[in-house]
Design a protein around this ligand. Sequence first.
Ligand code: SAM
Length: 350
Amino acid sequence: MNNSRVVLQNAVKIPRDRAEELRRKLIALGVLDESLKPFEKNGYVFFPLKRLEDVRDIMNELGGELAQTLFEAKVRKSRSLKESLAERLPSNLLDKLPSSYDIIGDLILIDLGEELEDYAHEIGETLMRIHPRVKAVLVKGETTGDYRIRRVEVIAGSGGTETIHKEHGCVYKLDLRKAFFNPRLSGERLRVARQVSPGERVLDMFAGIGPFSILIARLQPSAKVVAIEINPDAYDYLLENLRLNKVEDRVKPILGDARSILESTHEEYDRVIMDLPYRSLEFLNVGLMACGRGRIIHLYTVSSSLEEASRLAMEKAAELGHVIEMGFGREVMEVAPKKSIFALDLRKLS
Ligand SMILES: C[S@@+](CC[C@H](N)C(=O)[O-])C[C@H]1O[C@@H](n2cnc3c(N)ncnc32)[C@H](O)[C@@H]1O
């Protein structure tokens, strides 16, 4: 048996050639414990029983022999949200359920269209049953303002919107009502962090609660990271997360506007992360100023295609008197119909 749960249970033991007949009888009587796996040993099949009393008096009739043995528990595949709601939602609405949702720490964040509003609580309760460790289910609202904070509404559970999320071995304390965080960027964070070489100077211009900076500091301990964040609440979480991940000595946090800070410091970096997709091109002049020649900018920008995103970045750089070379680029996620966030790795040539 492997590492799965093993249970000592009453059983009926029967020669293999009569096992199928017995299995049917046990099911018909409702006494087979279907949460455990029957198994075969030395020519006998062992069936787990729910309760011994149910079969004791009919053993002769069943034709088996009572036993007590270890059974492996069946791994219960959790049902999808749609399957779980099949009998509770009108069928036309079942197709409107989102095919995915985010789990952030012990919170679930889900996008529900207006047509599902009347069923929001039911959907939330069902999600909590599917994920018993979740303390609350929140519906996604708009992400607004310079701080990029998302409106959220609690539809099930309670206990506030602060949580601790784990990603790539790091822990992030955050409150979705106070600071930006999106677990769907985790792949990007790993892709970027893996490129950082020993001793690099890295600038995280729009650091939020710190997931790029902290992962880089954990994966490349000799890198020197500067993390700028304008939202005081996000900055407080950044400070706390630096402590939680024990990288306070490798990441220098700065509270304030990246533009004014960089314009006054004139530091040069080997790698600049510009994760402010709706406005990053507006900051490209400061990003380019902070980036050393031949060094890399990871620019996140909203556009309708990868071609358009890279064309706009090249044009903007040229307008600012710089030459950049487009390296890798990819679509990170869709944010609206025909609008996505794209990641562009740009090398500053001059
Ligand atoms: C899209 S979020 C990205 C956060 C982070 N990189 C992450 O992966 O979670 C952008 C962040 O930039 C911050 N921000 C917006 N304008 C800024 C500015 N002018 N200077 C510094 N930070 C800024 C926002 O408060 C927000 O936390």
